[in-house]
Write a protein that binds this ligand. Structure first.
Ligand code: TEU
Ligand code: CA
Length: 545
């Protein structure tokens, strides 16, 4: 196990720069702010940071619309700050993983400027264009992910261009080898600055076949990923995580099986989507279904047991706060936050913590459209409204699943603006910051933060946590998560009550175990020897060796 790649023992921590820490009072998080908080991350013990885009960007989609891949947004800092961040994090054994957003650029990228001004510019073919039909109509009625048509008329170019997400995010034409060369050079340029890897935004879209309207996991995808490996990743000891909303248990090994030379792992969302409405997706709340949730989480553990590697997460900058979504943000906030962390961190894979999750930050409650910051929520309100969804229903969906929930400032202490800024924050601080903040958590020996610290440490120190075989137990139990990890003669049993009620659970024989109580969030537990009565949101793990 000593020859396993470093990222198989590490925990990742996602920083969304706009809301992490402001250093100069303009109300916007920045790179010097991140540097000033690195000790929080080394206390937690994380191995790498996934830094959401800090590149130059008009911020139409909060940095997922990049106008210069080789520069930093001025409000976030400079390339020097970036170099300093890489160096300072490195001193603490923390790698910096950048976000690679190359399915599309910003419409303000100089490539796109050149492309639309001149049919003969080499950059023209960096994007995806189509002539109007006989009546001036677009090539298809495809809708964009953030609302409106995906084909946008460009007056200057006298053609339509594809913006799969929004008109501000024109799709790059990966079929052009010159474009691919630009991307490889840019990736190598960042690697040479010392970064530890890339998280790759919607990477499963790059192999699209536009003529045949195949977008997700298109026919060219794996050729391009293998070319990427040859041109940039080969010989480098880095981590790569491909984001995909379409990847299945069947296709996942194509990206991350070792002998394929593509990526380290994927971010998949089937456990998340298992809780979405069939027609209205995340905009129509549905009661939490633990059995469906486990079927996805555990199914992935089994599917990638021998080939590939899992990423483990419940939150990110596109998802709601996990304690609000799957736990209890009220009475049992502390306990349920710990329960969710136990579930996630003791499976096999690389866990990711989203900023503020480690202190149990919660969703916000919005009331009016003018409070929305996220272009997805704004765009989709208009779409859903046209489909007959009323405002109250949509608002309930936004408050449960919307992206602004995880984008509020990190709550560092009980001072004004939660210690995030001395100025006026760009987005409202969650009203509960006087109670929910890092300083308060630091004083709680049995708090959420301490629990996360323990979990991160366990993965580093115990082979069974990092590499043990996963076996699911009690798949159909509607209230309890239980699983077993095994490594040689060692066993690790994990049991979690996923409700705010007392629950009885009769563990099957193979979960009966006597050993060392690794962690327990209600009372110490060292054995499972018969039916259990679990306290609300209780979680524990026992290691026998
Ligand atoms: O997200 C991919 C994506 O498909 C999301 O738009 C997702 O469908 C949605 O948030 C959930 O309903 C990535 C980034 O993580 C996201 O922040 C970007 O907006 C998007 O790509 C475009 O770059
Ligand atoms: Ca700032």
């Amino acid at each position: 196990m000593t020859d396993a790649p470093w990222w198989q023992r590490a925990v990742g921590y996602q920083i969304w720069p706009r809301s992490f820490q402001d250093s100069n009072g303009d109300g916007i998080g920045d790179l010097p702010g991140i540097i000033s908080r690195l000790d929080h991350l080394s206390d937690l013990g994380v191995g790498f940071v996934w830094l959401s885009p800090a590149y130059a960007s008009p911020q139409a989609d909060m940095g997922y619309d990049i106008s210069d891949y080789r520069d930093i947004a001025p409000e976030y800092g400079t390339l020097d700050d970036m170099d300093r961040l890489i160096a300072e994090a490195g001193k603490r054994d923390i790698g910096i993983v950048m976000d690679l957003v190359v399915n599309h650029s910003s419409d303000k990228h100089h490539w796109f400027e050149a492309a639309r001004n001149d049919r003969n510019a080499p950059e023209r073919d960096y994007y995806i264009w189509a002539d109007p039909g006989p009546d001036g109509e677009p090539p298809s009625s495809l809708r964009a992910c953030f609302g409106g048509p995906a084909w946008n008329w460009c007056e200057r170019a006298q053609q339509y261009y594809l913006g799969y997400f929004s008109p501000f995010q024109p799709d790059l034409n990966w079929r052009n080898p010159a474009l691919r060369r630009e991307i490889w050079d840019m990736m190598n340029w960042w690697f040479d600055r010392g970064i530890a890897g890339f998280r790759m935004d919607v990477i499963s879209l790059i192999g699209k076949d536009v003529e045949n309207e195949v977008f997700e996991e298109g026919p060219f995808l794996h050729d391009y990923l293998q070319e990427m490996h040859r041109e940039t990743l080969r010989g480098r000891d880095v981590v790569t995580i491909g984001e995909s909303w379409s990847v299945s248990r069947e296709t996942a090994p194509l990206y991350c099986a070792k002998d394929r030379d593509e990526l380290s792992m994927v971010f998949q969302f089937n456990h998340i989507k298992s809780q979405w409405h069939d027609v209205h997706g995340k905009w129509k709340p549905k009661p939490f279904d633990l059995v469906a949730f486990k079927e996805e989480l555990f199914g992935w553990q089994t599917a990638l047991a021998d080939e590939g590697w899992n990423s483990l997460f419940l939150s990110n900058h596109d998802l709601p706060r996990q304690v609000s979504k799957y736990g209890d943000a009220g009475e049992y906030r502390q306990r349920s936050a710990k329960a969710l962390a136990t579930v996630t961190h003791l499976m096999k894979g690389t866990p990711f913590i989203y900023q503020g999750e480690e202190i149990g930050m919660t969703n916000i409650q919005l009331e009016r459209l003018d409070q929305f910051r996220d272009l997805e929520a704004i765009g989709l309100w208009h779409e859903e409204h046209e489909r007959g969804v009323d405002w109250e229903t949509f608002l309930a969906g936004v408050n449960e699943n919307g992206r602004d929930n995880t984008r509020t400032p990190v709550q560092w202490d009980a001072s004004d603006s939660a210690g995030f800024t001395t100025g006026h924050p760009w987005i409202e601080v969650n009203a509960n910051y006087r109670e929910v903040n890092v300083a308060a958590e630091r004083d709680r020996a049995d708090g959420i933060l301490a629990h996360y610290r323990d979990l991160v440490k366990l993965r580093r120190e115990r082979d069974i946590v990092a590499f043990g075989r996963f076996e699911s137990v009690a798949d159909n139990h509607p209230q309890v998560v239980a699983y077993l990890r095994t490594l040689g003669d060692e066993r690790l049993a994990v049991v979690v009550n996923m409700t705010g009620e007392e629950v009885t659970f009769d563990p099957p024989q193979r979960l009966r175990i006597v050993g060392e109580g690794l962690l327990a969030t209600v009372e110490p537990r060292e054995a499972i020897d018969g039916p259990l009565t679990l306290a609300p949101w209780e979680s524990f793990a026992i290691h026998a060796r």
